[in-house]
Design a protein around this ligand. Structure first.
Ligand code: ZN
Length: 281
């Protein structure tokens, strides 16, 4: 019997155990998945986004599928905060993981409420740390969330094509990519290319905190690297700039604590208005 047959079929049978998740001990003692579909209910009338109407959708070329009706950047952010609070406290509900959700998203298409750009680190799985499920989050992951052409293109898919009202750039503690650049660790092969993207963030952290070194400097560089990714996205994507200027999109940064499980929210880039003033092509 293959490894997939022994392990993967647990999912299709609906008896996943969610081991190594925020509520691993509870999940392991109750082998059947704990499912909850309440996360996909439509928001209340007070959550309706005044910036977004059906007319806007029709006017936007390339927009074929849409975030859940009425979801705004604020309601998306609150949903992430609540999910992370459940995860960090060990009270996860593992929403939207059952066959009903699979069928719903297969037939109705994906309608994620957030686009997340984060690191590939195996300790930072977005759907788990925000306690979300299938079709909830459009995720781009690459070491150190460095922002090249393919990453920007995928971000645009999330915020324009899928119309998520929120774009989250998520750094994390103990990021190897940032640590390697900040501490001069030996790198070889194509990994060296990470320096090109992360180096300026480390340099900025050093210039702003000249007395810092070691772990403190790495922590500062991790935050600067979040800002750097946001700067790169705004710099390279006219689509993201236009959506942000029009109020249809909010772009925020955050840092995930890989030990405590909590997300520290950084908000919008402090120089966002300047970044948005870049002349469009
Ligand atoms: Zn990382």
């Amino acid at each position: 019997m293959s490894i997939y047959a022994r392990i993967g079929n647990r999912y299709s049978r609906g008896s996943t155990i969610h081991q190594n998740g925020g509520a691993s001990s509870r999940a392991l003692s109750q082998p059947n998945s704990v499912h909850c579909n309440d996360m996909i209910q439509a928001p209340t009338a007070c959550d309706i986004d005044p910036h977004f109407t059906d007319g806007d959708q029709r006017d936007m070329p390339g927009r074929e599928e849409f975030a859940p009706a009425g979801m705004t950047a604020e309601t998306s952010l609150q949903r992430l905060k609540k999910g992370n609070a459940r995860f960090a406290s060990g009270n996860t509900i593992h929403p939207n993981l059952d066959s009903t959700r699979r069928i719903e998203t297969f037939n109705g298409g994906q309608k994620p409420f957030v686009t997340v750009f984060t690191c590939s680190d195996s300790r930072v799985p977005p759907e788990l740390i925000f306690d979300q499920g299938i079709g909830d989050m459009f995720v781009i992951r690459v070491a150190g969330h460095v922002c090249g052409l393919h990453e920007v293109a995928t971000v645009e898919l999330g915020v324009e094509r899928l119309n998520t009202p929120l774009l989250l750039i998520l750094g994390h503690s103990k990021c190897w990519a940032v640590t390697a650049v900040a501490t001069g660790l030996q790198m070889h092969g194509n990994v060296l290319q990470l320096r090109e993207y992360i180096g300026p963030a480390v340099a900025k952290a050093q210039s702003r905190n000249p007395v810092m070194h070691g772990t403190e400097l790495v922590q500062a560089a991790i935050e600067e690297n979040v800002w750097k990714s946001i700067e790169d996205i705004f710099s390279r994507s006219q689509v993201v700039r236009e959506l942000t200027r029009s109020g249809r999109l909010s772009v925020v940064g955050a840092i995930y604590d890989t030990e405590g499980g909590h997300v520290k929210w950084l908000g919008a880039h402090p120089e966002q208005s300047g970044l948005l003033s870049v002349r469009d092509d």
